[in-house]
Design a protein around this ligand. Structure first.
Ligand code: ATP
Ligand code: MG
Length: 409
């Protein structure tokens, strides 16, 4: 039997990038031989094994055929007769369809190296269109390698468009989609992921709420870029430039969804978009079963980002309500993430990317002032139950009034 490194490990070594996860393919072996060598079987669907010592993945070379809708609709065929070339042809992109042996001899029947040099993401064969997840994968690779100058080949975009129009994207499970979306958002250029999905018509299928923002104008005085979709892409771009966590990036993507619902007569203003957007944010959250912290932050940022921008003008009582909504006493990190998302929103405006955001420190100071109110003296005064809660609120309000006066004096 022969063993080859395949996929990302080969691609990233040729690009001169660090290789973290190594996938291997085994040609000329049976499941029985693998088990006899001590490999541990994993995965109910494919003949994949873990190395007894290194724990790395070894898959038997296989072919596959489409037999139904979605991802479940595949039948696999693995046997010692399946060749390396046959295994490689079922892969998504030419740059992912190269193999190398221990001596670094490259097997590259579909010209992945040529496409690497030309910085092109190109499908391997027409069978690309059999798995709709590949639309998201290509968009994710475009987001990852945009900085190196990679773009998607026209013919591949054509297949992605065809897949999007066929309705097949609807057959993807929330789990598979979220895995790609979350990884794509954490790449260096997550805005490219959204842009590529939009260009091939997939965004309209996956997140019509985001797609609807393109072409919606905002007031030029606050938003020189005008278009709400372009603004969203810029906010996402800023979140990556400033290395924000997934929660913040997800909130950035969804913060303005309400603007897609504004009646045209009201353009370019978007009164109450913070509230109208909530049900859309909830729908997108649930469609992809986003993790709880992502869901929560997206909803809170959607509802309160305008409060964030107006922080210095807010009455002490409104400021207190904001802090209470975030439960800053038990969830300090979440409020920090809210502040970060607001700052990304402010920076994601054409020509204003470098403008300072004094609201951030002001909000941090307000949270600190509210947190500094001690419970002990109130307990000593005999407050308990709901009355204690009220007394605490009064003291916090007092503290915030003092803070506001001092900070804006
Ligand atoms: P990463 O650096 O993100 O791990 P990768 O290319 O190694 O990138 P994996 O998801 O680990 O990506 O998959 C390993 C290889 O398996 C890919 O390079 C590709 O050849 C193939 N592959 C994975 N998923 C698919 C798919 N849905 N359709 C076709 N080929 C796929
Ligand atoms: Mg990999």
């Amino acid at each position: 039997m022969q063993v080859y490194k395949v996929g990302g490990a080969v691609r990233d070594r040729l690009l001169g990038l660090p290789v973290t996860d190594v996938d291997r393919v085994v040609v000329g072996a049976t499941t029985e031989e693998m088990l006899a060598k001590g490999f541990r079987p994993v995965g109910a669907d494919f003949p994949v094994f873990l190395h007894p010592k290194t724990g790395e993945e070894y898959a038997l070379a296989r072919t596959e055929r489409k037999s139904g809708r979605g991802y479940g609709g595949f039948t696999f065929y693995a046997s010692p007769e399946v060749t390396l070339e046959e295994d490689l042809i079922r892969r998504d992109l030419t740059i992912n369809a190269m193999a190398e042996d221990d001596q670094l001899n490259l097997t590259d029947p579909y010209h992945g190296q040529r496409d690497l040099e030309a910085r092109i993401l190109r499908h391997v064969s027409p069978a690309f269109a059999e798995d709709p997840l590949r639309v998201l994968r290509v968009a994710r690779f475009a987001a990852r390698y945009a900085g190196l100058g990679f773009t998607v080949a026209d013919e591949t975009m054509g297949l992605m468009r065809q897949l999007s129009e066929s309705g097949e994207l609807q057959a993807l499970t929330a789990e598979r989609s979220w895995k790609e979306i979350s990884r794509a958002l954490m790449e260096d250029h997550p805005q490219v992921f959204i842009q590529v999905l939009r260009d091939c018509g997939a965004l309209k299928e996956l997140m019509p709420e985001v797609d609807a923002l393109f072409g919606v104008p905002q007031p030029e005085t606050h938003h020189p870029e005008i278009d709400t979709g372009l603004h969203t892409l810029s906010v996402l771009e800023q979140s990556a430039l400033l290395k924000q966590p997934l929660t913040v990036r997800w909130a950035c993507l969804l913060h303005d969804l309400g603007k897609g619902l504004t009646p045209e007569e009201e353009w370019p203003r978007h009164i109450a978009h913070e509230h109208t957007g909530l049900k859309l944010i909830k729908a997108v959250n649930e469609r992809f079963k986003a993790p709880k912290d992502c869901q929560e932050l997206a909803l809170l940022v959607g509802q309160y980002h305008t409060h964030g921008h107006r922080a210095l003008e807010l009455k002490a009582s409104t400021l207190l309500e904001l802090l209470q909504s975030f439960d800053i006493y038990r969830r300090p990190q979440r409020f920090e993430e809210f502040i970060a998302a607001c700052e990304m929103d402010a920076r994601g405006r054409k020509g204003l990317e470098q403008r300072s955001y004094p609201q951030a420190d002001y909000l941090r100071g307000a949270a600190k002032a509210a947190r500094a109110v001690a419970v002990q003296p109130l307990l000593e005064q005999g407050f308990k139950g709901p009355e204690l809660g009220e007394a605490l609120k009064r003291e916090r309000l007092k503290a915030l009034k003092a803070y506001k006066e001092a900070a804006t004096a």
